[in-house]
Design a binder for this molecule. Structure first.
Ligand code: ATP
Ligand code: MG
Length: 553
């Protein structure tokens, strides 16, 4: 079988560029706007941009696209840096579009001096009404033909704060009949008195995205500026500005957004979930944010693997979250330490176990011998899962039932002799006998049983809270449904189990440890846990147990 993977379309372009000598090395950038936390879609852009310069000579910058002071914040800057690093990437230069405000201002003056930009006094409504439509040309603004000197003077006065917010804009002078609506004299600068997270109150005019992005790319000599498909129509303006300014010719390439089902991937919508208290924060383990996935127990390796598997495409599509879960399950299967935890305890007493207690040995990870083993205490009083016992079992029920035998994992075979009840009819405890010759690894009993149960020793077990998660939304694409997307939140996305019992070794669980709770799933210690209060998050189940709601599709 050939292991060679085919190149994606960007790798093909880059290999061609390197071969023909257009570049000897490449420069990419990841350009988040610091107005929220990164989500899984951003992770795919990160893996793509940083991945290309790992594969080919060159480097990647981290550039904060901070031209919109209203929504941006240093908290977001810090979280983005932490997330990129956690995903396993390191940038060459940390840059901010706001670092270039002086230079962008000079670029604007240059356009004015070339007669390619003018100050417009039309209101935003007037500008919109003169824009035309895809089938009709727009109309020229009455302010379009000012002299260069007049434009210069007005633009400087805009900068100096002589005009109120929104009263004037600087526009590129291109063509109000252009077939591409974005080329109909796009706005380059607006007046806005807003405090900027880095430049403070220095500026009252701010460049628009289109006038900052390409220019920042050019200043950093980005060779391949990769963005998502919605920027295809912007490419013409991107190229026009670079050409007219005569600056470094960066080029824009587009790929399709990657979104996953049963969630939303838009910072604005995620912010609503946070602000309205539908989740506990940006790092709520149900969130598709990098910080949420981290808290949920995802590993950087599994996220990179997911991004690699979905690859890149030209057409938008919704990726099945099952693939993300598959990737983390595969990785955790290799690295997770096996532990026994009983979520819904049922007491079990072994009436013929007279030695008090003993230590039994159990592998930490059968997939990885280097993980070693540990000792777990066994005694006459144990807990098993309530769901592992049935008083009146159906045929082929291999778990515990009156008169039936099972093996206790890494311990003995037991048989249920008696069900002791409370006055209200509920089960108080099960009385069982064990087969002394059946100890795992030393079994001479000759008895074969089909079921193996996990258990903990009642006296040694430690209490834990366990949080079980389900999809955040009930439908595949909540933004594609009628009404508000929040109507489709899954009310059962979090189930908290407070009275779980864990084997004692989990008392020393660390935040970087990954666990498989045997027969249940993969778990991680929650970031809010302390040695006194153990809280575990379920990362993913052992198997894909998700049954999709039936649809007519
Ligand atoms: P959102 O709509 O969530 O706010 P955005 O595109 O506005 O996303 P930016 O901070 O501007 O967020 O994005 C930084 C980079 O990540 C951009 O290059 C953008 O194209 C890319 N990106 C954002 N969302 C996705 C996605 N779902 N799939 C792939 N790339 C994405
Ligand atoms: Mg954006």
């Amino acid at each position: 079988m050939s292991e060679e993977k085919s190149l994606n379309f960007l790798e093909e372009i880059i290999e061609e560029h390197l071969k023909e000598g257009r570049y000897t090395s490449i420069v990419t950038r990841f350009p988040p706007e610091p107005n929220g936390y990164l989500h899984i879609g951003h992770a795919s852009s990160i893996c793509l941009n940083f991945g290309l310069t790992k594969k080919y000579p060159g480097y990647t910058n981290l550039r904060f696209d901070d031209t919109n002071p209203d929504t941006e914040d240093t908290e977001y800057v810090d979280s983005i840096k932490a997330d990129v690093r956690w995903l396993g990437f390191e940038w060459k230069h940390e840059r901010y579009a706001s670092d270039y405000f002086d230079q962008l201002f000079e670029f604007a003056l240059k356009l004015i001096d070339k007669g390619l930009a003018y100050v417009d006094e039309s209101s935003s409504e007037e500008i919109a009404s003169m824009k035309g439509s895809p089938t009709e040309p727009g109309r020229n603004s009455p302010f379009r033909d000012r002299t260069i000197d007049e434009n210069r003077d007005l633009f400087l006065r805009m900068k100096n704060g002589e005009f109120p917010d929104g009263s004037r804009t600087l526009r590129a002078k291109i063509d109000m009949a252009h077939i591409n609506m974005l080329m109909r004299d796009p706005i380059l600068y607006r007046i806005k008195r807003a405090h900027h997270h880095r430049t403070g109150d220095k500026w009252c005019i701010y460049p628009m995205y289109d006038f900052a992005h390409g220019q920042s790319d050019s200043i950093e000599e980005i060779t391949h500026s990769i963005c998502t498909m919605e920027f295809v129509p912007h490419r013409e303006l991107y190229d026009w500005l670079i050409e007219k300014l005569g600056i470094y010719p960066s080029h824009q390439y587009e790929f399709a957004r990657r979104n996953i089902n049963y969630t939303v991937t838009s910072k604005r919508k995620l912010l609503q979930l946070v602000n309205e208290g539908h989740v506990t924060g940006w790092d709520d383990p149900r969130m598709p944010t990098v910080s949420g996935l981290r808290r949920r127990g995802y590993t950087p390796e599994s996220i990179r693997e997911f991004c690699e598997r979905i690859g890149i495409a030209k057409r938008d599509n919704l990726v099945d979250v099952g693939l993300l879960e598959f990737c983390v399950r595969e990785h955790l299967n290799r690295i997770a330490l096996r532990r026994m935890v009983v979520l819904n305890p049922l007491k079990l007493v072994i009436t013929n176990y007279e030695q008090g207690e003993e230590m039994l040995t159990m592998d930490n990870n059968p997939e990885d011998v280097s993980a070693g083993n540990r000792e777990i205490p066994f005694s006459a009083e144990l807990y098993i899962e309530q769901e592992d016992f049935m008083e009146e079992p159906p045929k082929k029920y291999f778990r515990l039932a009156p008169g039936q035998m099972v093996r206790l994992k890494s311990a003995y075979i037991i048989r249920c002799e008696e069900v002791v009840k409370n006055p209200d009819g509920s089960i108080r405890e099960l009385r069982c006998v064990y087969i002394p010759e059946s100890r795992s690894g030393h079994d001479t009993s000759g008895i074969n049983v089909k079921g193996t149960l996990h258990w903990v020793s009642a006296r040694h077990a430690i209490k834990a809270e366990v949080r079980l998660y389900d999809r955040l939304f009930r439908v595949e694409d909540p933004t594609d449904e009628e009404g508000d997307f929040k109507e489709y939140l899954n009310p059962a996305s979090l189930v908290t189990v407070e009275g779980a019992f864990a084997e004692p070794s989990l008392a020393s669980a660390g935040h970087h440890d990954r666990f498989q709770f045997i027969r249940n799933g993969y778990f991680v210690l929650d970031s809010s846990a302390t040695p006194e209060t153990l809280i575990f998050n379920k990362t993913v189940s052992l198997k894909d147990g998700w049954t999709r709601p039936k649809t007519d599709k």
